[in-house]
Design a protein around this ligand. Structure first.
Ligand code: AMP
Length: 542
């Protein structure tokens, strides 16, 4: 027997329709690339998205075409996404922090047909676009007055381009399984791999993301996605904020502590999300200036492990709840969030911090298990760690073009490449990337644990642990440390700080101090580069 309910396809542009109807006057505030703060609304964004769709169709673009964007979080970028989706085309976010050759490779692989680009990245686009023969049109997010000279013959200012459309346009009717977005993961080895989102997966992800156990945002929130739209869909906020009618604050290209604080304070932001490096800058700015965060209620921190000291500072000094989250581009991206079940809700102090350090539990729509290398499932005992595998309606079932097929099994489980354990209440904790874990005497040492501990020291700005070859133990940990400005902590002091906090055999064999630690385009510590840098390093214990 088949249910007799309506077949209402889950389409992304229906989210913007809904926002315009129910929350039409709710603001979208952007720090524009040209400088000033620009205010618009969901109703206006929808009107302009319809123009984008109409203009794209007039220019000959159609369903399935990949339309690249290389842009900061702004209302322009948002309406372009929805406009692209509205003709059944596929937005393809490019991470401008990648090397130009890598971006060109990705664009050629996706066969992008057009590019929407911010002024900031026009010089980069001038280098890349000539290497991508499929690109027919470049649209620069600006108006005629700000449009610079460019070597790109097919470039036009966005506002000029939009003028040729009146917005009298109806969204295309599509299958909800049609592709709507693409994002390549910058794997640490091998070529980048393309993740292809569908309308259905994005809508379901937005629903899942806004539930109270996950991000828990509503029409009463002011949401600022600091995490870029080019980093795993801005963690779904470009869809879930309009879906629930939150006011949206788009920070544009300025990510420094002062700029972020100005928006948090001036726009009364209640909810924000980004990787730990952004919050490191904000917290330093707050410490230097003595400023506070009177409006901010919750901050979601993920992309890399959120250090315990960061959670503690936000909660103790600024009364802001930290929600630690884990996810992947392949998961749209949310996989787990550390909100509190009743089992943990009553905890305070160090006991609460112990839980807050975990990456949290999976929301509805994410199945999770931890296995050994032979796919035998480990118990949920909070100790036994192994390969973390996931499945669900917003999890990839393949990469574009069939790359990386060995990460997917026939039962639909995706091997994340992360190493984790799960506790009896379902709280997952990442201990490492499978490639980064330190293998010492047949046992594993968690680099994340060592790094978290190190940044808990008052003199340490950042730390990375890597395995160094050892004749007896196979590998032993080396701790690479960036000191805070003007601080002089020593190896001996640091190791003393570690003593008693970890198993003796986890103690780093050596500590080296450096001026900076390399990062990937999504703000993670670049372990491959560090390992190369210390390839010939001899540990004092070797
Ligand atoms: P990306 O697809 O760029 O978002 O990267 C996904 C990877 O980032 C995951 O597979 C993890 O290795 C790492 N990651 C994301 N969130 C966390 C977190 N909260 N703690 C530790 N690692 C994380």
């Amino acid at each position: 027997m088949i249910g007799l309910m309506q077949d209402w396809p889950l389409l992304c542009h229906k989210i913007l329709d809904y926002a315009a109807i129910q929350h039409g006057g709710r603001e979208i505030v952007s720090r524009s690339v040209e400088g000033p703060i620009v205010r618009t609304t969901y109703a206006q964004a929808r009107a302009r998205a319809l123009k984008v769709a109409q203009r794209l169709e007039r220019a000959g673009f159609s369903e399935g075409d990949r339309i690249a964007t290389m842009a900061w979080n702004t209302a322009n970028h948002l309406e372009a996404w929805y406009g692209i989706n509205g003709i059944g085309a596929v937005y393809h976010t490019l991470n401008p922090r990648l090397f130009p050759e890598q971006i060109a490779w990705i664009m050629n692989h996706a066969e992008d047909k057009a590019l929407f680009v911010d002024l900031t990245f026009l010089p980069l686009a001038e280098k890349i676009v000539p290497q991508v023969p499929t690109i027919r049109q470049v649209v620069v997010f600006t108006d005629a007055a700000h449009m610079p000279q460019t070597s790109l013959a097919n470039a036009i200012a966005y506002e000029e381009w939009l003028k040729e459309a009146d917005g009298d346009f109806a969204w295309k009717t599509l299958d909800e399984n049609a592709a709507c977005g693409m994002c390549y993961t910058s794997g640490t080895t091998g070529d980048p791999k393309g993740v292809v989102y569908s309308h259905r997966s994005n809508v379901l992800h937005a629903l899942i993301a806004s539930t109270p156990n996950a991000m828990g945002i509503s029409a009463r929130d002011v949401v600022m996605p600091v995490v870029p739209m080019f980093h795993a869909n801005a963690w779904g906020l470009a869809q879930s904020a309009p879906m629930v009618g939150s006011k949206l604050v788009m920070p544009g290209g300025r990510m420094d502590g002062e700029a972020i604080w100005e928006l948090l304070d001036g726009e009364k932001v209640s909810f924000t999300a980004a990787v730990p490096t952004v919050w490191l800058m904000l917290l330093q700015y707050l410490e230097q200036t003595g400023k506070a965060l009177p409006h901010l209620k919750r901050v979601v921190i993920g992309g890399s492990a959120c250090p315990r000291a960061m959670t503690e500072k936000f909660e103790k000094n600024y009364d802001v709840e930290v929600v630690h989250a884990w996810g992947m581009t392949e998961m749209s991206p949310l996989g787990s969030l550390c909100t509190m079940k009743p089992d943990y809700a009553g905890l305070t102090g160090e006991a609460r911090l112990d839980i807050a350090q975990k990456q949290g539990f999976a929301p509805f729509g994410v199945e999770m298990k931890v296995t050994d290398d032979d796919d035998v499932e480990h118990p949920w005992d909070g100790r036994t760690f192994g390969r973390l595998k996931v499945r669900g309606p917003a999890v990839a079932r393949a990469y574009y073009g069939g790359a990386g097929a060995d990460q997917f099994d026939e039962d639909g489980w995706f091997d994340t490449g992360d190493v984790a354990h799960i506790d009896p209440h379902g709280y997952m904790q990442i201990t490492d990337r499978a490639k980064d874990v330190i293998k010492s005497g047949g046992e594993w040492i968690s680099t994340i644990d060592l790094e978290n501990l190190a940044v808990g020291h008052p003199d340490v700005a950042e730390a990375a642990a890597i395995g160094i070859a050892h004749p007896k133990w196979d590998e032993r940990p080396l701790l690479v440390v960036v000191r805070k400005e003007g601080r002089q902590t020593t190896k001996e002091e640091l190791l003393e700080f570690f003593a008693g906090k970890i198993a003796k055999w986890w103690m780093p064999d050596d500590v080296v101090f450096v001026d900076q630690i390399p990062h990937t385009a999504t703000g993670k510590i670049q372990k491959t580069t560090l390992r190369d840098q210390f390839r010939d390093y001899r540990l004092p214990t070797a």
